[in-house]
Design a protein around this ligand. Structure first.
Ligand SMILES: Nc1nc2c(ncn2[C@@H]2O[C@H](COP(=O)(O)OP(=O)(O)OP(=O)(O)O)[C@@H](O)[C@H]2O)c(=O)[nH]1
Ligand SMILES: [Zn+2]
Length: 200
């Protein structure tokens, strides 16, 4: 992943290299507007900084969020579910927004993780250029590899800006993807339980 580090200026804002601002200026012109008009003068730098923020996941190693675990959970060994986590990503085909919600569950083996960390893992992968299938699989794999639970289930329901604001223009259409691992894949009862708790 190149260029994921950022340099801060004296104003505390991300420094935007000239060639990056120039690229945005070219895009504005290509879109049909005048990048030299007053309202657009600062836009190239703003857009560049916004993209650094949308793509902040490239500077994040999501596995790190799962490094701190707790073993004292009073013998709790049933599933843990974080439901309907809102997120935003961008599709790698059009760089258009993907907005939706994710439900993430796991069946702990001997330790649990702070619940906010599941949302941090999601954001670490979502804040990159993505396809929804890969995002779903990456979140599930990260939890599986780092917590070694009995099972992991990730379901994502999202709308794609490239389908709502352009192209086929079908607002309101949701894409649903799922990745089930371990007991949620192998055991019918666990699978039914997790999907029903998620609302599917
Ligand atoms: N499977 C999948 N497809 C996606 C995702 N995000 C965007 N797409 C699709 O990627 C495809 C890219 O198709 P292309 O034919 O190369 O691009 P296009 O000419 O802009 O296609 P249209 O969107 O149909 O106008 C489109 O069908 C998009 O709907 C995603 O997360 N997963
Ligand atoms: Zn797209």
């Amino acid at each position: 992943m190149s260029d994921s580090k950022v340099e801060l200026g004296v104003d505390g804002k991300v420094v935007v290299p000239d060639h990056v601002a120039d690229a945005v200026r070219t895009l504005i012109e290509w879109a049909g507007d005048d990048p030299e008009r007053e309202g657009l003068l600062d836009t190239p730098k703003r857009v560049a900084r916004a993209w650094k923020e949308y793509c902040s996941g490239y500077a994040d190693d999501p596995a790190i969020h799962l490094a701190r675990t707790f073993e004292e959970v009073g013998g709790y060994d049933e599933l843990v579910l974080l439901k309907d986590i809102p997120f935003q990503s961008h599709c790698e085909h059009h760089m258009a927004p993907i907005t939706g919600k994710a439900s993430i569950a796991y069946m702990p083996r001997d330790r649990v993780v702070g619940i906010s960390k599941l949302a941090r893992v999601l954001n670490g992968y979502a804040r990159r250029l993505q396809v929804q299938e890969r995002l779903t699989a990456e979140v599930a794999r990260c939890i599986w590899d780092n917590l070694h639970p009995h099972g992991v289930a990730v379901v994502i329901d999202a709308q794609h800006g490239c389908m709502t604001g352009r192209g086929v223009r079908t607002p309101g259409v949701g894409m649903v993807t799922s990745r089930l691992l371990g007991c949620f894949l192998d055991d019918q009862r666990s699978r039914k339980e997790v999907l029903s708790l998620m609302g599917y």
